[in-house]
Design a protein around this ligand. Structure first.
Ligand SMILES: [Zn+2]
Length: 345
């Protein structure tokens, strides 16, 4: 089979993807109709166009529209279910999805409502598609501080329902990690992992802070670490992986094009890299497409791409035993697919 086909079929793990930003146009239309919310588009095609990234203000407008369509537990359940189905289509075995609980809370949705929906959706995705989901509840840096407090509490309370880590996103500039150190301290003491966004809109200083102040075990984005050789060396030496989202970086103007994107240079310098989507329909991408870029835009051969895909499994926050099973399954499936290829010539 062709390398393109192999990459579509190969097993994958995704570590950086936002649940709200993964909503499919069709799901949003269904939810808008169900809850009588007016949207600026009435067909999946028009909605897909409205969804496509223009600028940050438009991006926020879409995010708000999505959250307004989520009112009942069944809505959250449908969102998770449809996203899970899309993951299964791309042979994603496991995904750690970010969910901004504080935003839903601030919009007046009861904890019970979204928690019940997330759990029901997650269970059905596992039962129907065999795809596992873990949650990263994230603090929004530029939201009021009491929401950070709220998010930390609910992430800890919900640990047995699949929350694996505390994250932090939103405006990087002007909201340094140090202000959130106490929340991460509490989360870590309760057994959650630390998975902050950093080094996307702010340079290396932001990644250093995430590492020092939040004890980051992985970095969401982190691409701008490339600007500081000492940081690159530190990340490589301490085996702190980066959750890289190439198309998101280009749509948001972090880099002008794939040719100037540092993924390959970070990898070649020994940093553990993974490839992810961030907000797939909004950036008009899929995980399959991002994986394909590893070949077409970044020039990696299949062996290296397999290693990058396995990085995501190896550095996921699954319990050690489950992680081992997942990695072994992926290696076996990669070998089978590889053999199929040579068989067909
Ligand atoms: Zn993100």
């Amino acid at each position: 089979m062709s390398i393109e086909e192999y990459l579509r079929r190969v097993p994958k793990v995704e570590l950086h993807v936002h649940l709200e930003g993964s909503i499919l146009p069709q799901t949003l239309l269904t939810l808008a109709e169900r809850n009588r919310v007016e949207l600026p588009a009435a067909t999946p095609e028009d909605l897909r166009e409205w969804f496509t990234f223009r600028d940050f203000a438009h991006f926020i407008e879409i995010y708000v529209a999505i959250t307004r369509c989520l009112k009942h537990a069944e809505d959250y359940e449908l969102l998770v279910y449809d996203v899970g189905k899309e993951l299964a289509r791309q042979n994603v075995k496991y995904a750690e999805m970010t969910f901004s609980a504080g935003t839903h809370h601030a919009l007046g949705i009861a904890d019970e409502t979204f928690l019940r929906g997330l759990s029901a959706g997650r269970a059905r995705v596992l039962a129907d598609f065999g795809v596992r989901i873990g949650w990263v509840f994230d603090i929004v840096r530029d939201a009021p501080m009491e929401r950070a407090e709220y998010t930390t509490g609910i992430a800890i309370d919900y640990k047995d329902e699949g929350v694996v880590a505390l994250g932090i996103g939103g405006m990087e500039k002007g909201y340094p990690a140090s202000e959130f150190a106490a929340f991460f301290e509490r989360a870590r003491a309760a057994g959650l992992h630390s998975d902050p966004h950093a080094g996307e809109h702010v340079g290396p200083s932001s990644v250093w802070e995430a590492v020092r102040d939040l004890h980051a075990e992985r970095i969401g984005h982190g691409v701008r670490s490339i600007e500081d050789p000492a940081l690159v060396e530190y990340l490589a030496e301490h085996r702190i992986p980066l959750e890289i989202n190439p198309t998101s970086n280009i749509r948001l103007g972090v880099y002008p094009d794939y040719a100037s994107h540092p993924l390959r240079r970070l990898h070649d310098a020994g940093v553990i890299v993974t490839v992810n989507t961030d907000d797939p329909p909004m950036f008009n991408t899929t995980l399959n497409q991002e994986v394909e870029l590893l070949h077409s835009a970044f020039g990696f051969e299949v062996e290296t791409i397999n290693e990058i895909l396995l990085n995501a499994a190896r550095h996921s926050f699954l319990p050690v035993e489950e992680k081992k099973v997942l990695v072994d399954e992926m290696i076996a499936e990669m070998a089978r697919l590889g053999e199929d290829g040579s068989g067909e010539g």
